[in-house]
Structure formats: structure tokens, C-alpha cells
Write a protein that binds this ligand. Structure first.
Ligand SMILES: Nc1ncnc2c1ncn2[C@@H]1O[C@H](COP(=O)(O)OP(=O)(O)OP(=O)(O)O)[C@@H](O)[C@H]1O
Length: 867
């Protein structure tokens, strides 16, 4: 089947995972809406506070009767600054009565004698009269700081006025200097004009006056501007808690295990996690910017984007990644809330001046800056200070390199904040990827300096054969010296044949999988005081040696806790191994490059269905096909074929959350078969299936054997008997016997076990003390005694167990027109037909015993029989 590779595969995987995230967000509309509108809620709250405060001031009697508040320094009309949003030019001063040649000459003189200070012509503007000038000043409050009014009242009288911006703004305890900077040049020019006129014999009378500069209305105090930054911090943390709980829930459902078994490139998952966080963040920006940031210019947009990138990575990624310490979605909410409080407090402390102030050591500032929310807090503080009132200039891209406040207090500029935000984002992202790689969670522990090796970047396979357990102290003989005694001679023969053969010259033509002394030890770690200690070790797999051939199905059989799933998890790379090795078509699972190779041709059906409730069956197949790298032209047809194969065509557009347990298992089997893998691992694939479906899945698995090797785990002897070409029985991590079904039966078989149980009624068992039950029990006992000469092996009120030796199988009663009633092996076909014919698909197969109407059982209604 054609596949895409290299960077195309990376792009395909990224697109597939991102599309999945978008689909899930759409299907979980309520949660998504909550996430997106959480910030809006905080913003509405801010506006609500603002409006209510203003209306209280207007209407409350108490307020009305109060004297006017003491005069506060009115904010100044700030110097004109051309910026990103201010396109109009700035003027150094304006003057009036430009029709007077005398006044024009005075202004010309000022300009000539102050080429450095009274800047070029274009910086000076003239008006016909003072009214026009006043009007212009009111309309353009940010474009000029001072004005000269001169009026030629008569040829010998010139009225001369200076308007300055005499209001001032308190800045850290002191006021700005309100002196109009053109006062001196103007005086000099006037003196020169007077002298010239005196020398020329004309007397000019000067009427000089000072006047307050025209002010636009000023919003003295805006609650929004003061509290908005703090509320915004809360809003961003709120979204963080929702997002973290989503990610941890995915991990809890083992959904994040998929990439480990699905051959997803390093970093793709990380990018996707970021993808979903960031598009949420960016969508929030669409309404955050107009509502709060209209005056905060372009820097605001960049700042929010940077924050949306960095804060979640720092907090969510490590906490909820494979190594994160939060493993339950319930605890994620508690942890999320604690982080919210801690983050909020550190941001609050930052907002009030720690440690971005000259009085704190640089080292404090550096350490504090590694936590991006703190940088966000200081950036918001600067923005808040620069945008308190409508007249404030904001912080634009052009002035990102200058301090917003007095130089003495300035430790960070907007540019430095951006650089830090981006740097910490990269730093934390790379650290998370590095930790994911070097900690042995996916079965492969990469060397500490793996990124320096050429093979890592080129993907070259470097097979490492490790015959001995890596950790000598964990040799399985050292674990338990009696292990060897527990193995039968076939197991020892298998082990010796593998040990004596050279691992490097493994027979790749015939052997698909070679398990070489595989060991897995779980270590319990518990805390004593402040120290964490290894307190207990559990050896789940104690040295397995198995050869699995191509075109065959190998069955691992064992009771609960035998170590079957652990073995599968080690082989598929979900769990790191503790010793030994596994070679798959010659590639070792202990080599990173080898594991990459293995994943590309492996299909896995895990013990528990790893499915997204909100994706349909078909969408699951499309997603996994893309992840596996199937060529887009094949994906649709291949998925449809698989759906048909597992008999889910009718339900392919139904969301997996609505599937029954059996349907989910079938979908998991279909996922395992995507892309025609050469190795398939099926961990209890038929759990929870009714007999008809189970039979169908068995047929499917039987057909799937061709061209591939399958490992299947099960509790069911019957399943192992029917499907397995070879069966191994495990108990407590040790393989006790191995061989073909016939070999095992001939060595260990003794007969059939039949459990006869009272049927459950809707909410419990039918009454065990009823006289009918007693009669029925006797009917069974008589039947088995007369026909097979077996007595109950075990019995109580609710069930009876009979053991029928093999030699009595042929004595089973055959009622006219029916087949032998004991359900095993080949008789299944007959039972399946019977069930389908009678539309009794939910009945356990052994109920047929009753339906065969054997006279001995005719009174045994209310009981069911299981083999
Ligand atoms: N993550 C883990 N941490 C500690 N012990 C574990 C872990 N996973 C499995 N075990 C232990 O390892 C042993 C083998 O478990 P495993 O799940 O492999 O058994 P199994 O044969 O698959 O059983 P079942 O049929 O019930 O799935 C069990 O005793 C189990 O408690």
C-alpha cells in the first residue's frame, strides 16, 4: 500500500491531529464555548463594575451631597508622537494672524534663529485668527504642545500671547516641568524685532499675555483601565484550567498513548497540543482586542499571542505530558485551581513592582522571568500605565525599545519582554520534548545526548542486540531461583533454541518476532517525609523467550495478572522494558531507530478501547490511516473496506461514544489492521462480544493471519484453541508451557468444564429457594449422571459445575434431528446458525442445551449453561 514519508508524513500527521482537535472542539461545543467565552465573562464583569461605579456617583444621594472631590492633577496633553496608529504630523507650535507681515517676519525669525529647536517649516502652522486656532487645538489634542498668538492690533501695537500646556502629570512623586520650551526663543525673537523697529524709527507696543492651552474633555479615572490587567490575568488562568483538565482526561483515557504506538513523529503531538491551545487563544483575541485593546495598539496583539503560546506550554505541557504528575482528570481540576491561585499571586506581586525595579537584584529578575505569566503581568502593568486615559499614547511597535517610564526605574522594555516570552516558550517546549525522549516511557530510552547523533536526524537504523538483561542485578534467575523449575520442557527447548542461535543472524525469512529474555519490573515509589524511596518491586514478566513465525497467530493465555498485557505493552513500546530485548523483523525495540521502524509496520488493539467518544467510526479510521502515513488516495477506500470487514458499515457515521462494547472492540480491531501491518498485537480483542460477533471476529482474525504475524492475548481456552497456531500459558510472569493446541491438549487436557447457572432476572437472580429450582437442579444432575456418568464437582444454590473427561465426549446425547449439545470447537458453527435462525443472538451459546429439547432438561427453565 502506497505511503507518504519524510516531511510529507509529518505534515499529514499534523494536519490529521489538528483536524481531529477541531472536530472535537466543534462536537463539544458547550465546553469550547465556555473556554472561548471565559475571558469575555471577565471583561463584561470589568465593564459592569465601571458602569455601576459611574452611575452610583451620579445618582446616590450620599455622593450628590458630597462636596466636589479635591482637584486632582489633570493629565497633560501629551507631546505629539507619530506612531503605528497616528499618521498625522506633529507641530512644534502654532501661530495666528499670518496675514500680518510683521508677525510673519517675527515667526520667520524664530525659525531661522532656531534651526535645531524650532524645527523645519512643516512643523509650524499658522491660523487666521485665534478662534480657528482654538478650534484646531480642540480637534487635534495630541498634535501640538504650545502656541503663540500674535495680533497686529494697529501698525504700532502687536498683541502677543503664549499658550502652554501648563497641566502636569505626577510621575513617581514629582511633576513634569511645565515650561513651554519656545518661551526663550520667542523672547529673543521679540527683542530683536523691537530693536529692529526702534532702529528703524517705528515704535511697537507689545501686549503680552499667557493663557491656558485648550483641553479636550478628560476622563479622569477609568476603572476599566485600572483593573482590566488584573482581571485579564484571571481570565487567562481560567482558560488554562479548562485546557489542562481536557488534556489530562485524554491521558487518563489513554488517548495520548496512540501516538506512541502509531508511529507519530517526535514533536507532532506537541505541535498539535499547541495548535489547539493556540487557536483557542487566538480566537479569544478577536474579541479581546476590540473590547479592551482598542487603545493598546499593535503591541497588545503580539503580547496576547505570545502569552497564549508560552504560558500553556510551560504549565500544561509538562504537567499533563506522559511524565506529568497529574494522572487523573479529577485531580487536574484541584491542581489547576492551585496553580491558578499561585500564578495569580505571583502575577499580582509582579504587578505591584516585584522584582522589575532597580532596587532588586538582576538575578531575581532573571529567575522570575522564567515563568511567562510573570512577564505577562509586567507587560500588562506597562500597558495599563500607558493607557490609563484616552489621551494616553499607548505603547506602539515603534517605541518598543524605550522605557515607558522614567529611566531610573526602567528595567524592562516591551521589546525585552517579547524576547523573554518567546525565549521561555522555546526553552520550555524543548525541555518537554527532551524529557519525553530521555525518560524511558515509550519503551525506548534515548541517550542523554541523542540529538548530537547523526543517526537520530537521518533515521538510520542501529540495531542493538542485548542478550542479557541490561541491569545485571535484575537477572530473572536472581528474582526467583525456582522460575526455571516452573517451566515445562517445551518452554526450556524454545528458550535454548533462541539462546544458542546468533541474535544478529536471526532467521528474518521465517521469524517475525523474537522475544529474548523479556523482563518487566514495576517499581513502587512512596514518600517518607520529604524523601521519595523505592519501596517495592513487582516482577510482572520474568524472562520470556519466544519465537513467533510469520503467517501465524501466537496466543498468550493466562488468568488475570499473569503478565499478558504487560508483555504486549513492552513489545509495542508503550512500556519501557526492564531487561532482555525483542526483535521484530530484526529491529530491536531498545533502539530508537529500530522502534521507529517497528511502529511503521505494527498494528495494535489495546486491552481497553482507546477511542474518542465524539468521533465516528469512519473518522477514527481516517485519522489512524493518516497517522500511519497511508497515501491520501487510498485512505477512503481502505477505511470503507475495513468498516465492512468488521461489519460496522451501517454504523460508520455514528459517534464511537454511542457504540456498544462489542462494536468498540471491532472498531479497535479494524484500527489495528489499518495499513496492512506485518505485525498485529491484539490484547483480548473479543472481550464483551456476544457469541455471534465473537465468531465473526474470530473469522476475521483467522483471515488476517495471511502475510503477517499476530500476537493475541486471551483468557479463553476456546479462543486460544480455535485461533492459535501456537499457545503459551503464562502464570505470574512466567511462561509455563508452549506448543500447538493439539500438543497442549494431549499433554495437559483432561476434559470439559460445564457451569450450569441460574439465569439472572432483570434485577438479580430468580429466587433460589423456589421448589421449581430444586426440581430443575435435580433434572440437571440426573441428566449428567445418566448420560455421562459425572457427578457435580462443585455446587451451590446458584450454580453446579461438572467436569466431563475427554473419553466421554462421544457419549453425549443426540436428540433426533440435532447435533451433540456440548458446545466446543467445531460445534460452534451449528450453534451460530441456530442462534441466528432463532434470532437469539444475545443468548449464551450453552442455552442451546435447553433449546435442543432433551427430555432430561425440559424442566430446566431459568438456568443457563456455560462451557
Ligand atoms: N503500571 C503498573 N504498575 C504496577 N503494577 C502493574 C502495572 N501494570 C500491571 N501491573 C501488575 O503486573 C501484573 C501483570 O499485569 P497484566 O495487566 O500484564 O496482567 P494480565 O495477564 O494482562 O491480566 P488481565 O487478563 O487481567 O489483563 C499484575 O500483577 C499487575 O498488578
Amino acid at each position: 500500500m502506497a505511503r507518504v514519508e519524510g516531511w510529507r508524513l509529518l505534515v499529514q500527521q499534523f494536519k490529521a491531529l489538528l483536524l481531529k482537535n477541531l472536530l472535537l472542539s466543534w462536537r463539544r461545543r458547550f465546553l469550547t464555548a465556555l473556554h472561548l467565552t471565559s475571558s469575555l465573562f471577565f471583561i463584561l464583569l470589568i465593564f459592569g463594575v465601571d458602569i455601576s461605579l459611574k452611575s452610583r456617583r451620579r445618582t446616590t444621594t450620599a455622593f450628590r451631597d458630597l462636596p466636589d472631590p479635591p482637584a486632582v492633577p489633570v493629565d497633560p496633553i501629551l507631546p505629539c508622537e507619530s506612531g503605528f496608529f497616528i499618521k498625522s504630523p506633529c507641530y512644534d507650535f502654532i501661530w495666528t494672524t499670518n496675514s500680518s507681515s510683521v508677525i510673519a517676519s517675527i515667526v520667520g525669525r524664530i525659525m531661522q534663529t532656531n534651526p535645531g529647536r524650532v524645527i523645519p517649516d512643516s512643523k509650524v502652522i499658522g491660523f487666521k485668527n485665534i478662534e480657528d486656532a482654538e478650534e484646531w487645538l480642540l480637534q487635534n489634542p495630541l498634535r501640538c504642545t504650545g502656541a503663540i498668538h500674535m495680533e497686529e492690533r494697529s501698525p504700532s501695537v502687536i498683541a502677543y500671547g503664549i499658550q502652554t500646556n501648563s497641566t502636569s502629570k505626577m510621575e513617581r512623586g514629582s511633576y513634569e516641568d511645565p515650561v513651554f520650551k519656545f518661551q526663550l526663543p520667542l523672547q529673543l525673537a521679540a527683542e530683536r524685532a523691537i530693536t529692529a523697529n526702534l532702529l528703524g524709527g517705528t515704535y511697537i507696543d507689545w501686549n503680552v499675555y499667557f493663557k491656558e492651552f485648550a483641553h479636550p474633555p478628560v476622563d479622569v479615572f477609568s476603572v476599566v483601565a485600572v483593573i482590566a490587567p488584573t482581571f485579564l490575568l484571571a481570565a487567562s488562568m481560567f482558560g488554562f484550567v479548562i485546557q489542562m483538565s481536557n488534556l489530562v482526561a485524554e491521558r487518563e483515557l489513554k488517548l495520548r498513548q496512540i501516538p506512541t504506538t502509531g508511529h507519530v513523529y517526535d514533536g507532532t503531538v506537541g505541535l498539535c497540543v499547541l495548535g489547539i491551545l493556540d487557536y483557542m487563544g487566538l480566537l479569544s483575541c478577536f474579541y479581546l482586542i476590540p473590547s479592551l485593546g482598542a487603545l493598546w495598539y499593535d503591541v497588545w496583539i503580539l503580547l496576547i499571542s505570545a502569552q497564549q503560546f508560552s504560558a500553556p506550554v510551560v504549565l500544561i505541557f509538562p504537567l499533563s505530558s506522559k511524565h506529568g504528575f497529574i494522572s487523573k482528570s479529577s485531580s487536574s481540576k484541584t491542581v489547576g485551581f492551585c496553580i491558578f491561585i499561585i500564578g495569580f499571586l505571583t502575577q499580582l506581586v509582579t504587578y505591584f513592582g516585584f522584582p522589575y525595579n532597580v532596587s532588586f537584584a538582576k538575578s531575581f529578575q532573571i529567575i522570575w522571568s522564567f515563568f511567562p505569566p510573570n512577564l505577562l503581568a509586567i507587560a500588562l502593568y506597562y500597558l495599563g500605565r500607558a493607557t490609563t486615559n484616552e489621551q494616553d499614547p499607548g505603547i506602539s511597535w515603534e517605541n518598543r525599545k524605550v522605557c515607558s517610564f522614567s529611566e531610573s526605574d526602567c528595567v524592562l522594555t516591551m521589546e525585552k519582554i517579547f524576547v523573554w516570552l518567546m525565549a521561555t516558550f522555546l526553552l520550555w517546549l524543548l525541555s518537554a520534548i527532551y524529557i519525553d525522549n530521555v525518560l524511558p516511557v515509550n519503551g525506548v530510552r534515548k541517550p542523554w545526548l541523542y540529538f548530537l547523533k547523526v543517526s537520530y536526524w537521518t533515521g538510520a537504523s542501529t540495531i542493538q542486540i542485548k542478550d542479557k538483561p541490561r541491569d545485571g542485578s535484575r537477572n530473572y534467575d536472581a528474582i526467583d531461583s525456582s522460575i526455571d523449575e516452573k517451566k515445562d520442557e517445551d518452554v526450556r527447548a524454545e528458550e535454548n533454541s533462541i539462546k544458542t542461535a546468533d541474535a544478529n543472524s536471526m532467521d528474518k525469512e521465517n521469524v517475525a518476532i523474537q522475544v529474548r529474555g523479556l523482563m518487566k519490573t514495576f517499581t513502587k515509589v512512596s514518600r517518607k517525609g520529604l524523601c521519595w524511596k523505592k519501596t517495592d518491586e513487582h516482577h510482572a514478566v520474568k524472562g520470556l523467550w519466544i519465537n513467533i513465525k510469520k503467517d501465524s497467530l501466537f496466543c498468550l493465555l493466562g488468568q488475570n495478572g499473569a503478565g499478558k498485557s504487560t508483555t504486549i505493552s513492552c513489545i509495542t513500546g508503550v512500556l519501557p522494558i526492564s531487561g532482555g530485548d525483542v526483535l521484530i523483523y530484526g529491529d530491536s525495540i531498545t533502539s530508537p531507530a529500530g522502534m521507529n521502524q517497528i511502529r511503521s509496520h505494527m498494528g495494535v488493539c489495546p486491552q481497553f478501547d482507546v477511542l474518542w467518544d465524539n468521533l465516528s467510526g469512519l473518522e477514527h479510521l481516517h485519522l489512524f490511516a493518516q497517522i500511519k502515513g497511508l497515501h491520501p488516495s487510498h485512505i477512503v477506500q481502505h477505511s470503507m473496506d475495513l468498516m465492512e470487514h468488521v461489519k460496522l458499515t451501517e454504523a460508520m457515521h455514528v459517534q464511537a461514544g454511542n457504540y456498544s462494547g462489542g462494536m468498540k472492540r471491532r472498531l479497535s480491531v479494524a484500527i489495528a489492521l489499518i495499513g496492512d501491518p506485518k505485525i498485529v498485537c491484539l490484547d483480548e480483542p473479543t472481550t464483551g462480544m456476544d457469541p455471534v460477533t465473537r465468531r465473526h471476529v474470530w473469522n476475521m482474525i483467522e483471515e488476517a493471519k495471511v502475510g503477517r504475524a499476530i500476537i493475541l492475548t486471551t483468557h479463553s481456552m476456546e479462543e486460544a484453541d480455535i485461533l492459535g497456531d501456537r499457545i503459551a500459558i503464562m502464570t505470574r510472569g512466567v511462561m509455563r508451557c508452549i506448543g500447538t493446541p493439539i500438543r497442549l491438549k494431549s499433554r495437559y487436557g483432561s476434559g470439559y468444564i460445564i457451569n450450569v447457572m441460574r439465569k439472572k432476572i432483570t434485577n438479580g437472580y430468580s429466587s433460589s429457594s423456589s421448589p421449581t429450582n430444586h426440581v430443575q437442579r435435580e433434572a440437571f444432575e440426573t441428566f449428567f449422571k445418566e448420560q455421562l456418568n459425572v457427578a457435580p464437582k462443585q455446587e451451590n444454590e446458584d450454580f453446579i459445575t461438572f467436569i466431563i473427561p475427554y473419553d466421554r465426549e462421544t457419549q453425549l446425547p443426540i436428540t433426533e434431528g440435532t447435533q451433540p449439545s456440548v458446545v466446543h470447537g467445531d460445534n460452534f458453527d451449528h450453534i451460530t446458525e441456530l442462534l441466528q435462525g432463532e434470532e437469539r443472538q444475545d443468548a449464551p451459546p450453552a442455552v442451546i442445551l435447553q433449546e435442543l429439547e432433551h427430555p432430561a432438561l425440559s424442566s430446566a427453565q431459568g438456568w443457563s449453561i456455560e462451557l
